[in-house]
Design a protein around this ligand. Structure first.
Ligand code: FAD
Ligand code: AMP
Length: 483
């Protein structure tokens, strides 16, 4: 192996591996270092997203939804299903097979694009040198014209509920449970807590989510958040807001071990709950452990993220950082786009990212998705806006599919009619919101969307009708007074 590269990427998650592939496509001699190992102790690419994040969680969300449907949801379609069985280890194995297929796929993509894949740990030294410690402990000093840090994030631990990997687990452990806990506690009703809570709720756990904040999904559009909360309550998720966990104690031995959780309720009382398992989902923090030599010149911001500008350039020349380890939402697609931008900038292009249009999805059922600004943000900014809402109960396609919960909400500028945001809770919300994201990227007005022809019957018609409703022209619902 030659020790000099055009680009060295540290971390092969969705930010790093995408960056490495794009850099190699652009003719740059590229290496990507990854330290993660699979259960067999072999180096594995794909980072959090492919191994313990987006993909395995969606595999379990989809499997558990199928189980829920056949065991509870088909009678009204005239289908009765008897003797439904559940094999949790088989479900977990299927998830594992998908992870394996995708992570080995990255190895194939690296090979096809000429990326040098190195398993082991990378540490940034001064002057664009990288200390590479291979999986078997051999140390090599590599050099590059550009180094891209894509070291991602790790789950936040809280001392009041220390993860023991057995009774108290984090998101990674929650993707590996081999049986359904009778009573499952989740600390944090954020995106990951809701997704994992939904998986085990559908499979039969009694799920209690303890959330410190008093508002549900406080950073989301609150009308959509309230609708989502109602839907989840109907599904049996016990979401307790304003409940801050203050302690935990493992009780019992062996298989009968449980955890008693102490928390402070919204009205200041101390309360206790006992669970068979407890998932700690209180967020993630940027991961920079053993990554930066003291003289490497890279600064962190006050939250421990690597400080970067809009173009993902750090304050050290030739050193870039992308993905969860830098500011902004911790989302796989945000990191991947940053990876592409950096690769292209290194190759001399002028690529930019529009950080105002990054979709965000919660993969519960129905899905919750948003892009752009929400009503609370617009109110706060003082910008004049108008709202168009279309409920799925008025959509023929949604009714036919028995998926009529939720709504599409589009916000547009009151004067220019330009679309400023879209917020959906409902069937296929993730894919529907992307339509509006594309429209926004092209500077669409609500009227532009309204003038488009949408196929019938489709769920997309709900987007069309919401865009029509912005200006009081919806056809399939009575319009609120034109604003
Ligand atoms: P990571 O994916 O964390 O990858 C960083 C990699 O760098 C890791 O593999 C790590 O081993 C490696 N590394 C770190 N330090 C070094 C070093 N010194 N040397 C070598 N290698 C190193 N996001 C979505 O957009 N959609 C979702 O549906 C979604 N679902 C999620 C569900 C769960 C349960 C979780 C936990 C996360 C989810 N996320 C989701 C978030 C998403 O996984 C992250 O935003 C994404 O993985 C970040 O990508 P990244 O490349 O920046 O970092
Ligand atoms: P997210 O940032 O989407 O991953 O969500 C994490 C959630 O965990 C946030 O909504 C936090 O308010 C919540 N949280 C953090 N610490 C605690 C705690 N000690 N008890 C209950 N909820 C918490």
């Amino acid at each position: 192996m030659s020790d000099k590269f055009d680009v060295i990427v540290i971390g092969a998650g969705p930010a790093g591996y995408v960056c490495a592939i794009r850099a190699a496509q652009l003719g740059l001699k590229t290496a990507c270092i990854e330290k993660m190992q699979n259960s067999e102790g072999k180096g594995v690419n794909g980072g959090t997203c492919l191994n313990v994040g987006c993909i395995p969680s969606k595999a379990l969300l989809d499997s558990s939804y199928k189980y829920h449907e056949v065991s509870k949801g088909l009678e009204k379609h005239g289908i009765s299903v008897k003797g439904v069985g559940l094999d949790v280890p088989a479900m977990i194995d299927r998830k594992g097979a998908i992870v394996k297929q995708l992570t080995t796929g990255i190895a194939g993509l690296f090979k096809a694009n000429g990326v040098t894949s190195l398993f082991g740990t990378g540490k940034l030294l001064a002057e664009r040198k990288v200390e590479y410690t291979s999986s078997d402990g051999e140390v090599t000093i590599l050099e590059a014209d550009n180094v891209v840090i894509a070291s991602g994030s790790s789950p936040i631990d809280i001392p009041v509920a220390p993860v023991d990997g057995e009774v108290i687990i984090n998101s990674t452990g929650a993707l590996e449970l081999q049986s359904v806990p009778a009573r499952l506690g989740v600390i944090g009703a954020g995106v990951i807590g809701l997704e994992l809570g939904s998986v085990w709720n559908r499979l039969g756990s009694e799920v209690v989510l303890l959330e410190a904040m008093e508002d549900f999904l406080s950073i989301m559009d609150q009308q959509i958040a309230k609708e989502t909360q109602k839907i989840l309550k109907k599904q049996g998720l016990d979401i307790r807001l304003g409940c801050r966990v203050t302690g935990s104690e493992i009780k019992g031995r062996g298989k009968s071990k449980k955890v008693e959780v102490t928390f402070q309720t919204a009205d200041g009382q101390e309360a206790k709950e006992t669970f068979d398992k407890l998932i700690v989902c209180v967020g993630r923090r940027p991961y920079t452990e053993n990554l930066l030599a003291p003289d490497c010149g890279v600064a962190l911001d006050e939250r421990g993220s690597i400080y970067v500008n809009e173009r993902c350039s750090t304050n050290a020349p030739g050193i870039w950082a992308v993905g969860d380890v830098v500011r902004g939402p911790m989302l796989a697609h945000k990191g991947s786009e940053e990876g592409v931008m950096v690769a292209e900038r290194i190759a001399g292009h002028k690529t930019q990212i529009n950080y105002d249009i990054i979709p965000n999805v919660i993969y519960i059922h129905p899905e919750v998705a948003s892009v752009g600004r929400n009503e609370e943000q617009l109110k706060q900014s003082g910008e004049p806006y108008k709202v168009g809402i279309f409920p799925f109960v008025a959509s023929g396609r949604a009714l036919a599919a028995d998926e009529s919960e939720g709504m599409v909400k589009i916000l547009a500028h009151a004067d220019t009619d330009r679309v400023l945001g879209c917020h959906i809770v409902g069937p296929s919300a993730a894919d529907l919101v992307q339509q509006v994201a594309i429209a926004m990227e092209f500077g669409s007005t609500a009227e532009d969307l309204a003038l488009m022809v949408f196929g019938h019957p489709t769920l997309s018609e709900a987007v069309h009708e919401a865009a029509l409703a912005v200006n009081g022209h919806a056809i399939h619902i009575p319009n609120k007074r034109k604003r």
